[in-house]
Structures are given as C-alpha cells and as structure tokens.
Design a protein around this ligand. Structure first.
Ligand code: GCU
Length: 352
C-alpha cells in the first residue's frame, strides 16, 4: 500500500511539474513531449553524465518535438518504484540494476550469478554480444518495458564498518545489505553472512545506525554515496559484475517513427559509450578519495575461496531455468577466449 501511495505521489508530482514547465517562459506554450528518465545515482556519477549526454543528443536532433528530463538521486523513487512507473508509462525510461529486474523476469537471473564472468573483458564482450543480451533484453515486452542498453557498474565487493573480510569465514554472523533479489540473498547465505535486503537509498543510514555491519557494491558507493565515511574495509572478493540496465516503456518506444527510433538507438549507444569512458576515471578517483580522505583500507583476499562456495549456484540456476543454458554457454565462450588471450582472471591487478 505504501509503495502505491508513493507511486501515486510521483505521478501527481510529475503532473504538477509538467504544468509548471509548460506554463513558464515567454508566454508561448511549450508543446514538446516530455521524456522522463529516472535513476538513483548522484549528479556527478557516470550514469548521470551519460544520460545528460543523451538528453543533449536527442534535443539536438529532435528538440522541436521532445524535451528530455533526467531525474537523478531517486527523485522519482527507488529503482523498484521507477521500474513500475516505466512499466505503466508514467515515466518513459529508468536505470535499474539487473538485480532488481530479476523479480520482473527470471531471465535476468543469469547476469546476477556470482563469478559468472571470468574478467572485466569477458563481461564487456558478453554484454556487447547480441546473441547473449537480446533474448534477455526483449523478454519483458509483454510486461510493458524493454531494455535499450546496458550500463557498466563495475565489480561488486564486500565492505564493512569494522571487520575486515579476508576469507568467507569472516562474514559469519555479519549482517550484510544485499540488493532485493533472490540470487543475492542466496549468495550471501551460502557465504555465511546474514543477508539484509534493502533499497540503495536506505544503506547509508543503516550502516551509520549499525542496523547492518556492511554491504557490497562497486567503489563508487564509498564516495558518491558516502559509505566510505562509515565503512573502513573494502575487500576485493570480486563476487559479481552486475550491469545496470536502461529500460524504456514499450508504448513510448513503439510510438516513435522509424527515423526517430534510429536517432534514439544512436542515443542509447551514446549512453553506453560515454558511461564506459567515464567509469574507469570515476573508479580511480573514488579509490583515491576513499583511501586518502575517508581512510578506507583496500584488501585483496584470495577470490578462489569465495568463488568455490558460490559455484553450485550456476548449476542450480541452469536446472531451474534450462532456457538460459545456450546464453550461459555463450558467456563461457567469452570467458575461455579471454583466458586463452592470456588475460589475468580476477587478480589484484584486474581489480585496480
Ligand atoms: C550500484 C548500481 C545501482 C544499484 C546499487 C545497489 O550502485 O549501479 O544500480 O542500485 O548498486 O546496490 O542497489
């Protein structure tokens, strides 16, 4: 009920904003169609930088018809709320973690598996491979939305307030925030910690008030979300590379003419490109700030210890969703190609 009230308030807010926007200015009514995109990152985050580039690109090509508005920082609600708003068409696009999408379509379970990708290179090659992503990205059209591009969100690792994680045994008895997905809860319990699912926006307060002992995420969470002010140990166990996903409302996408759709497709590719260019720089800067200003210690545990415990999840997922087997196998081809190219797999260097 609380969630529906929140979604309803967002819709009312959007209506009010639309009338303010169309009413201001030089007396001439702005008749352009507003395209709303919501996400949960801060304005200096690579995701927001990429979406702003999209806004500029679309308006430079189709600005007489469309007015793109990007809403950062959970202004339109949590990721789960925003996916529902996109499904109904109350907003047109949102960025959601692949983890969240698992509860909307079981196909997304695949990319949430721990240690699915053997390296960042194999991860990128897989996510750029239409044979892998298309069957998954198009699987939600009946539910009213589809994926238009993926967004790099690096590698997820454990970080804790006061107990350094060097082996899975160190997780025992600790309450660790995970994203709200059955795969993440399962992974956490296999590794021995107590999984505490909650939305991203609630994590800082939960850490500060000691409701949880730690969380797991990429390095940006330490700085952009301030988690490094509270958590002093970040351990590169490299358990997941979970992409963020830009989803679009199908009715909106289908309303575009072929020419407009081609411009939007260019724009989606631009988001992917710009975000990936920004990502490497942003992670470097985050590590530097975390280490030198927030006093976070980075640890490099033996990842094999964690990987071994999570391994049975692969087979279980394939038994539960046999339809995902061909896509899973294709990912293994990218893993093997990367290994035979002599790339280091999940080492200290690939983490830095
Ligand atoms: C990352 C990811 C977000 C996600 C968040 C989380 O920041 O980019 O999409 O919401 O992790 O842990 O919830």
């Amino acid at each position: 009920m609380k969630r529906y009230c929140r979604i309803f308030s967002v819709i009312v807010l959007l209506g009010a904003l639309a009338s303010v926007i169309s009413g201001c200015g030089s007396g001439e009514e702005d008749r352009r169609q507003i395209i709303r995109i919501g996400h949960n990152q801060a304005t200096d985050h690579p995701t927001n930088i990429a979406l702003t580039a999209f806004e500029e690109y679309i308006e430079s090509r189709l600005g007489d018809k469309y007015n793109v508005e990007v809403y950062p920082s959970e202004l339109l609600g949590s990721q789960t709320d925003m996916v529902q708003l996109t499904q109904t068409g109350a907003i047109d696009f949102c960025v959601a973690s692949n983890s969240i999408l698992e509860t909307f379509s079981e196909n997304y379970t695949l990319f949430n598996l721990p240690y699915l990708f053997a390296s960042a290179e194999a991860y990128h090659a897989s996510m750029d491979d239409p044979e892998i992503v298309d069957p998954i990205f198009e699987s939600t059209t009946k539910a009213g939305f589809e994926t238009v591009t993926w967004i790099d969100a690096g590698t997820r690792n454990f970080y804790t307030v006061s107990a350094p994680i060097e082996t899975p045994a160190d997780l025992k008895g600790l309450k660790i925030r995970v994203q709200q997905s059955p795969t993440n809860v399962k992974m956490m319990s296999l590794l021995g910690g107590s999984a505490t699912p909650m939305g991203f926006g609630e994590v800082y307060t939960a850490l500060q008030s000691k409701v949880i002992d730690g969380a797991e995420n990429n390095e940006m969470a330490l700085t952009s979300n301030g988690h490094g002010d509270v958590c002093k140990y970040y351990s590169y166990d490299m358990h997941q590379m979970i992409p963020d996903i830009l989803i679009g409302n199908c009715a909106f996408l289908n309303s575009l003419t072929d020419e407009e759709r081609a411009v939007f497709e260019e724009g989606f590719q631009l988001i992917n490109r710009v975000e990936r260019e920004e990502w490497g720089k942003a992670v470097e800067a985050a590590k530097d700030k975390a280490e030198n200003e927030q006093g976070v210690t980075f640890l490099y545990p033996d990842t094999a210890l964690f990987q071994e415990i999570c391994e049975p999840m692969h087979m279980e997922m394939l038994e539960q969703y046999p339809v995902l087997k061909p896509v899973y196998d294709k990912i293994q081809e990218h893993n093997a190609a990367d290994a035979s190219a002599g790339k280091e797999v999940l080492t200290d260097e690939s983490a830095s």
